[in-house]
Design a protein around this ligand. Sequence first.
Ligand SMILES: C[S@@+](CC[C@H](N)C(=O)[O-])C[C@H]1O[C@@H](n2cnc3c(N)ncnc32)[C@H](O)[C@@H]1O
Length: 265
Amino acid sequence: MLPNRMCEALRPLLSTLGGNLKAGRAIVRDVRFRSVLVEDTMSGENRMDTWQERWKEGRTGWQLSDVHFGLENHASKLLPKPERRILVPLCGKTVDIEWLYREGHTVVGIEGIEQPIVEFFSERNLPYTTDHLTWAKVFKTEDDRLRMYCCDIFKMDMESLGKFDAIWDRGSLVAIYEEDREKYAQMIKALLAPDFRYMISATQYTPNEGFSGPPRNIPTALLEKLFGDVCELQVLEESIRPKETLEHWGLDYFVEALLLLTPRS
Ligand SMILES: C[S@@+](CC[C@H](N)C(=O)[O-])C[C@H]1O[C@@H](n2cnc3c(N)ncnc32)[C@H](O)[C@@H]1O
């Protein structure tokens, strides 16, 4: 078993040895350590450790200062009617939450680390109250139209959350560990109301020795496999990252595909 903290500590050593950390596996390629595969333990009880450290150290490069282009360009497809109930899984402290709330929707965020939730409210001077549930600590606005649950998404109480008209999935499916994907997809599908809209931002590239995410590679075929039983998939837009910005990851291409998932007819 290799705890997350140890994975992080091993990273420089592995890089010196020509090895890497891939989806929680430490793979050492040096001849002295040929074919050593240290067991994958990036999920389970310590799933949140790496994220906790990232927030503490301010390593949050995924954060955008403006509303995501997907919401700006396609909000009417995700939210065709007013006053929808929308879920933002693995929300961090994204500005998208505030935007959705100001647009008049009821917004529920799920985030495993308390720091970004507290910062979200305090940076906006948005008054809030908290409740301690058995499975989460919930932060809510005075009008109760915005709630952020602090818990590991795999431990949330699905029944008390109810169903959602819409889900905005940016930095969420691409962030969870590979072995958690199937469970994540089952949970998301169980939370969708009958006439749902589910929008996903999927990062797509060919992972290599130096970089395999997060954000992880989520090809459209994988989305079909995970959600195709109940959803029709439509690619709305593809944003291609310029090649020169990819050099530090050693990638040839990197696409952010925006997909809308609707009920399969
Ligand atoms: C890549 S960030 C994306 C945040 C946000 N969606 C955005 O676009 O800015 C992923 C977030 O998910 C949180 N997270 C990771 N795994 C989680 C889990 N299993 N349950 C709840 N939150 C989780 C992390 O703390 C982090 O804030």
